[in-house]
Design a protein around this ligand. Sequence first.
Ligand code: GH3
Ligand code: MG
Ligand code: MG
Ligand code: MG
Length: 324
Amino acid sequence: TRANTSEEMGLDDGALFADLNNIEGGRILLVDDQRSNAERIRKQVRGVFDLICENDPQAVIKLCADEAFDCVLINLNMRTHDSLRLCSQMRSLEKTRMLPILVLADESDEPRIMRALDLGVNDYIRKPIDRNELMARMHTQVLRKRYTDALRNSIQHTMELAIVDGLTKLYNRRYMSTHLDSLLAAAQQKEKPVSVLLMDIDFFKSVNDTHGHDAGDEVLQEFANRMRKNCRGIDLVCRYGGEEFVVVMPDTDMALAMVVAERIRKKVAEKPFIIHKGRQMIDVTISIGLASVDNGAKTQDELLKLADNALYTAKRDGRNRVVS
Ligand code: GH3
Ligand code: MG
Ligand code: MG
Ligand code: MG
């Protein structure tokens, strides 16, 4: 198993935030019902921002839900629509809550500017619009948006890595272990069975040796896909190590686990794995060691040890089989 580099862990801030200063191509949604205003602003931002214009507030809400914008520019003094109501709506809806809002205000409209700021808009510009000021304020908002987006993605990525394996997107060993512990505790109280399958791909080294390590990785991913399709909703599938996987099966006694294991074994062996975008077919089989609390195992370590012994026997007896 290769060690995770800090880059794979999503901890490389340099790469994540590198492109942040490049705001060219930023998408601005202008909300204005006066065509001459819109045309003037379009000229002012040309070459730096893409400007999309809309005047109907309901269309604005829908557009923001369907498309990605870096900033919304709202004319506070529209003739036909209530801009403040739109600002308020955008701040209360999930999809637009984090979207930067800049408002354009008539020079003397101090009260409306105050109400807009109170509703949570990010900044304002007074008319007549000075191009440099407009660009500077939009630049700030777009940068802030990019930065918070990158930060949020990075946090989400890190949280995901804490429970799933990067290559296969199956649960990782640590998550499985926590889950299995609580299942075993509950199983003891309610006297419900729990079974585990320990699976190991047969002759996986020769897949790597014959087709290359990348092909091996693809096989692991395709294996994970077959597991997702063929395990039951209540089962938890995890990547236990390099090419070893564990299925934790709640409420499942030895006999039922045997049926499930046999089905999984067949689903792997019956059709070759197609990799390299269809250019390569590889026959894959797995060996499975099955253990259950029926065997008398009380702790996780005992249960997995039993499964490991069974797996060893499956390998010794010729592979592509289930042993309990
Ligand atoms: P058997 O289990 O049937 O006894 O034979 P095997 O060849 O599968 O046995 P072994 O467990 O010794 O080899 C496992 C190989 O899996 C060794 C290692 O290079 C490879 N491997 C482990 N993790 C990864 C991975 O993430 N990607 C790839 N491509 N190979 C991996
Ligand atoms: Mg192995
Ligand atoms: Mg081995
Ligand atoms: Mg193996």
